[in-house]
Design a protein. Structure first.
Length: 95
């Protein structure tokens, strides 16, 4: 059962990213945002415990995703892509 849930998650995220990339879909971008925001915030909090700063990093991640939306349809592993952006922003913040 969990395998099917993971596949659905991957299918949904891939579909959202393709729609964002190909059609500038704000609706799908909102879906992506709401799907990932809390997860990314918890992830960033491992590096940066101050909530306001962690939220800023997550928001910057979504700004980057939207700014680079034309290349999203080429992303093979959306989770890795999104978490990599977020991790790199957190590490840069700590420097």
């Amino acid at each position: 059962m969990q395998h099917n849930t993971f596949e659905k998650h991957t299918d949904d995220v891939s579909r959202w990213m393709n729609e964002i990339s190909d059609f500038n879909s704000r609706v799908e971008f909102e879906s992506l945002y709401y799907h990932y925001f809390d997860r990314l915030l918890r992830f960033v909090s491992l590096y940066i415990p101050i909530l306001v700063e962690a939220e800023e990093i997550v928001l910057d991640t979504f700004t980057d995703i939207w700014s680079g939306r034309k290349k999203l349809s080429a992303i093979k592993n959306p989770d890795a892509y999104i978490y990599s952006i977020t991790r790199n922003k957190a590490i840069s913040f700590l420097r």
